[in-house]
Design a protein around this ligand. Sequence first.
Ligand code: ADP
Length: 443
Amino acid sequence: MSTYHPAMASNFRHAWFQSMLRLGAWLLAWLLPGLVLGAVWPALAAGLGLALAWQYYNWARLLRQLRSRRHLQEPERGGVQGEVAALIYSRQRYQRRRWHRLHQALRAFRTAANALPDGIVVLGPELGIRWFNPAAGELLGLSARDLGIHLPALLRAPQFAEWLDRGAADPLFDLASPATPARRLWLRLIDYAGRHRLLVVRDVSKLMQLEQVRRDFVANVSHELRTPLTVIHGYLELIEPGPDTEWSGPIAEMRRQSQRMTRLVEDLLTLSRLEGQDRLPDEPVPMATLLATLLREAQTLSAGQHLIAVVDPAGCDLHGAEAELHSAFANLVANAVRYTPAGGQITIRFRDDPGGGVRLEVEDSGPGIAAEHIDRLTERFYRVSTSRSRATGGTGLGLAIVKHVLLLHQARLDIDSEPGRGSCFSCVFPAERRIERQSDPFN
Ligand code: ADP
């Protein structure tokens, strides 16, 4: 609308000529009586004065209308003044239509956002609440009074504050609703238009309930299986068929299978116990002792078939849950021994992480893992080769347990592997988890 158009220039030229013609005609009308009365100059001065007064009156009227923000009536075209009024009128009409369209679009967006079952909160750069839909009001307990308030000041849950401190890149799962604590929420923060944020809130109570039912079911079944398995295993241990009887083979197989089932049940119970916990009791974990234990366990499992070394340049201890960390590291070490062929090399390394934390690595010279499997290894029962896993006594739950233990320590599992080149499984702990070493049994 504001762009220059050649037609506009020609309109204005035409209007200017029209104005000049009108003024000329008006002055001519005053010139004739002036000639008749012999007072040409006074007559022309009077005509000019009246013309000027009329112009000022019209400009003043237009100005008054604009200042009172009234919409102009469609003006009569003619002269410069008429053209200016017509231009302002057409701009006003365009702005009105545009405003109307925007208003309708905004109404449509708001109606759609209000109909969403998910909560939406529009946040300003400093996380001040700008707008929210009714679902967000209900889930987060917000009311119109809260507009403009800093959101973290309203949601005082430490979990929420920690999530924001971490940058809120991933969604926050399972936050108790401030309005109804029995409701569990899923939150996601999305950046838009520079430093503005959109908070999406979803009620996941039903999902959490289902998850809880699943966890309880697995835990209960595993628990119920434990006693019968112990009995079967006990009796199988007691049966001693002579080496030559036809039963020696089947009984040895039954023992192996019952041991496997016991391990499976124990791993399932460990997993469901870990899943049901938000955090573990933290204590100083003496890493030198733990590394010595891991070396002993690896040597026992390997029975002299591998070259096993421990390297410990980090020289610090960890702050965490000792039993769970031991179980996670032992799982990695056991995998290295089980999957690396005899004669292979295994290194357990505890060293500084370039990111400021510390890492425990278990490196082997085994068969390695193809890239397409690596992302899925921590899924329950995911195996690259089921037969190899079973043959070596695997349950398919080891790495899932490792992942859960690390999550509870705000640590991550990095897997670096290539077929034919061996694997390196690293538990990477944040700097807050490292503490000064308290004792070293080797020194
Ligand atoms: P499993 O009891 O089958 O070993 P895990 O969860 O411990 O279950 O490991 C999942 C899968 O990852 C294994 O089945 C195996 O295919 C692969 N894997 C784990 N560790 C190694 C390793 N050190 N070298 C090669 N493959 C490995």
